[in-house]
Structure formats: structure tokens, C-alpha cells
Design a binder for this molecule. Structure first.
Ligand code: SF4
Length: 456
């Protein structure tokens, strides 16, 4: 939500509209739901609209074009869209020329049904058609053929001046039974190495310090190498060979500059020894990963169509920690998956205790229409029980996160805008230096954050 949304909306709306008429420039506002991939998509939408002459509005009331980039991963995210009905209808009565656009993951639903349920939307846009948006809005700007064929070629308008997400692949082939992504984003497609390198070089040249390589299954990336020979690592990946994710990491690492490389989200089944080697070799790789476990029980993992066992996952974490001892590891867990027995849940709790995560994103299972789980399994764990299981896992996490954070007391770490290399929140007694790497000595630790003092 915009910071100033607490103001009286109607009063502010009228003021903004007067201002808009006087400056004559059309303005857009994008509301993004969901993950970093959606945020990166919104930056491309913003790029396309600014290229067509629109300017960013401070809030929804001040905009002539409202874009909603939606998420379907959880019911709650979809409900937030339905919940906007009254607000948007009111805005449309004040500004009858207001155009609303819906894009993102909810576009996989039947369009007629969507139009019936979300009546305030004027344009339903497949994200891959982003280049056509200015035309659909009646604006004069034209997209190039390459941008129309591949929306990832559109120049983004980044929302931060220091940290940026660079999509390296799109879609997913894994079909985890609970997940809507393979339906909403379709099959996996890897961007050409050349395009990724170009985007990262451009960002680093502008002074960006944190590059997130993004993909729904980031470590299954593979692409045919094109002409791209600006560094030894790039030259070693000969034209015509297949570049896999560890090679890509090495290529990005060889780009000159002082910046961190992060990536999300890797799949345990595609986490090769070569990837661990590349992570250890690349000095720009920031020592943090989010490695989704989802469940610590093999039968549940099988029903989720996650092709690894809890044992494989634990061994993988051990291997990673052996090679990169100071790495921070977070995970994603779903509690109350259909049919999850108490015993099966306890296996997840045990796995969490054994692994000792730095952070975990815990969610209660919710049925996503269209997925295999929705079609074949009954959501039979009561909400109260899911809440209770989540709390048990949260208590385990609180202990392991605190224990891991305490090990950092007295150590010197690098940080950027309030986050350490291990992606932990860190506070200083004074103000954090903006957009600069700083060396900090950690002086105190809690489960959800650290305190430190500047040492350089
Ligand atoms: S790996 Fe599974 S959970 Fe992740 S996006 Fe693909 S289908 Fe969804």
C-alpha cells in the first residue's frame, strides 16, 4: 500500500485530479501482488508505459491508468483483488476516463468468468503481451518486433536504485500438485545468456549493488550460448554449447564491478554438485539461499510431486554447508497438505529441528482451482489444525534462527541497506548508510534480526 493511503481518500483524490488536468500528463499506477518475478514483470510494464509517455502516479487516486499485476499462488492474494471493487468503482465515478488493466497469474482463469467476477477491469492482459499495452490504451507508442515477440526484452523501469531482479527464466515444468504456476505461467523458457548479461551489465554500470537472478525453477536454467565473449568466463562458454545455471552464475560473476549475486528459487532436485562448486567459486555470490523443502515427509513429498526425499534434502544442505560454512539457508514449508497425518507432520517438524534453518516461510495449504491436488485430493485438514501445526514449526524456527544469529555476534559482516550478506535484517544505533556496502561488527542477535556497528 502507498505510504500516504491513510489520508482522506476523497479529498486527496479531488486534489490529485485537479493537478492532473493542470499538468496534462497521463499517469499510471501499478499494484503488484506476489513474488519477485511479478515485481520484475511490473517493472517491464512500467517501462512500456513510460516509453509511451506516461508518468508514475504517487497513488491510485492520482492515476489515469491502473494496472493490477495479480498472484494466484494463494487464495488470500486473489481475494485482495476482489476486495478492490468498491474502491475502483468509486475512483471511476470521479474520473470517468480511468482505465484499469489486470494481468499476471490470475489470467489463467476463464476470461468470461474473470470479467464477470472482476467487473471493474477494462483490459485483461496476458503478461507476454505487455508490449501491446500502450496500443490497447490508445497511446501512440509502438513496440518493436523483438519486444512484441519476447516481453522480457522490454526495457524495465526498475523500482529500486540499488537492487534489481533479473528474470533468467519464465514458467515451470514441474507440476507440483498444489501449484498453479505451470498453468498461469506455462512451460519453462530460459532467456538467452546474451540478454541476461546485457541487463546485468547495464544495472552494474548504473551502480546497482544487488542482482537477483529470478526463475520459478531458477537452477534448471539452460540456454544455447550465443556470441558473448567479453570475459574469460564468457569466452570459455563456447558459442553453440548449452549454458546451464552454474555456468551462468560464473558468467555473471565475471562481470566487473562490486555487486552481490543472489538467486531464487532453486529446486532441490536440480541442485547439482557443480552448482555448489560455482557458488563457492563465485566471490560475488552472496551467501544466502532459499531452498524450498515443502514437507519433511517422503509420502507427502510424493503426493506433492516433489521428486526428492527428506533424506536427499538433508544431505544436500550438509554438502552446501560443508563447502560454504557461513551460508544462511531459508526454506518454504506447506502445513496441512491434503491427507497430512500427525505423524507425517511430525516428520516435517523433526526435519526442521535437524536442519536448523535461518528463516522459513510457512504457509497453510489452500486449494488452488485447476491444480492436480484440487482435482484429486480433499483439503481435509481443518483450519485450526493447520494453524496449530504452523505455530509448532514457527516455534522450532524461532529457536534455530536465534541460535544461528547468535553465532554471528562478534563477527564482521558485509551489509547493504539493512540486510546482511546472509539476508538477515540488521539495525545500527544510527542511520544505515544508503545504497552502500558497509562492514559491520555484530553486537547483538534476536531470532528475526541483528544489531551491529560500522567498522570501516
Ligand atoms: S517448482 Fe513446483 S512450486 Fe515451484 S513454481 Fe514449479 S510447480 Fe510451482
Amino acid at each position: 500500500m502507498d505510504p500516504d493511503e491513510n489520508l482522506t481518500r476523497q479529498t486527496r483524490g479531488k486534489t490529485m485530479i485537479k493537478k492532473k488536468i493542470s499538468d496534462g500528463v497521463k499517469k499510471y499506477h501499478i499494484t503488484t501482488f506476489g513474488c519477485q518475478a511479478n515485481l520484475a514483470d511490473s517493472e517491464r510494464i512500467a517501462g512500456a508505459l513510460e516509453n509511451a509517455g506516461l508518468k508514475k502516479a504517487a497513488n491510485r487516486e492520482a492515476a489515469d491508468v491502473l494496472v493490477f499485476n495479480t498472484c494466484s499462488v494463494r487464495q488470500k492474494a486473489e481475494d485482495r483483488i476482489f476486495g478492490l471493487k468498491k474502491e475502483i468503482e468509486k475512483l471511476k465515478t470521479v474520473n470517468c476516463k480511468l482505465k484499469t488493466v489486470l494481468t499476471g497469474c490470475m489470467m489463467h482463469y476463464d476470461k468470461k468468468e474473470l470479467a464477470r467476477r472482476i467487473s471493474f477491469v477494462d483490459i485483461f492482459l496476458d503478461i507476454k503481451e505487455t508490449a501491446k499495452l500502450p496500443k490497447l490504451l490508445g497511446l501512440a507508442a509502438r513496440a518493436s518486433r523483438r519486444e512484441t515477440e519476447d516481453y522480457l526484452k522490454l526495457e524495465p523501469k526498475y523500482s529500486s536504485g540499488v537492487s534489481a531482479g533479473v528474470p533468467i527464466s519464465y514458467g515451470c515444468d514441474n507440476f507440483c500438485t498444489y501449484c498453479i504456476v505451470p498453468y498461469s505461467r506455462n512451460r519453462e523458457y530460459s532467456r538467452p545468456v546474451k540478454d541476461i548479461v546485457e541487463e546485468v551489465k547495464n544495472l552494474v554500470g548504473k551502480g546497482y549493488k544487488e542482482i537477483w537472478l529470478l526463475g520459478q525453477n531458477v537452477n534448471s536454467y539452460k540456454s544455447l550460448q550465443e556470441i558473448c565473449r567479453n570475459s574469460p568466463a564468457e569466452a570459455s562458454a563456447k558459442a553453440g554449447t548449452i549454458v546451464k545455471f552454474p555456468d551462468l552464475l560464473r558468467i555473471i560473476n565475471s562481470i566487473p564491478g562490486d555487486f552481490w549475486i543472489r538467486f531464487t528459487s532453486p529446486h532441490p532436485k536440480d541442485f547439482s554438485d557443480d552448482l555448489i562448486k560455482a557458488m563457492a567459486e563465485c566471490e560475488k555470490f552472496a551467501h544466502y539461499i532459499n531452498l524450498p523443502l515443502q514437507s519433511g515427509d517422503n509420502a507427502v513429498l510424493k503426493r506433492m510431486n516433489r521428486p526428492y526425499t527428506a533424506g536427499h534434502y538433508k544431505k544436500l544442505v550438509k554438502k552446501i554447508r560443508k563447502v560454504i560454512p557461513d551460508i544462511a539457508i531459508s526454506t518454504d514449508i506447506i502445513v496441512g497438505f491434503p491427507g497430512e497425518t500427525k505423524k507425517q507432520f511430525e516428520n516435517t517438524a523433526k526435519a526442521m529441528e535437524e536442519i536448523g534453518f535461518d528463516m522459513a516461510f510457512l504457509s497453510e495449504y489452500s486449494t488452488r482451482p485447476g491444480t492436480a491436488a484440487a482435482k484429486t485430493m480433499k483439503d481435509n485438514i481443518p483450519h485450526k489444525e493447520k494453524e496449530c501445526r504452523k505455530k509448532i514449526l514457527n516455534d522450532i524456527l524461532t529457536k534455530s534462527a536465534l541460535a544461528n544469529n547468535k553465532k554471528l555476534i562478534g563477527k564482521t559482516v558485509r551489509a547493504l541497506n539493512g540486510k546482511t550478506e546472509g539476508h538477515k535484517t540488521v539495525k545500527l544505533s544510527g542511520k544505515f548508510p544508503k545504497n552502500k556496502f558497509v562492514k559491520l561488527k555484530i553486537t547483538a542477535a534476536g531470532p528475526w534480526g541483528l544489531k551491529g556497528e560500522v567498522v570501516n
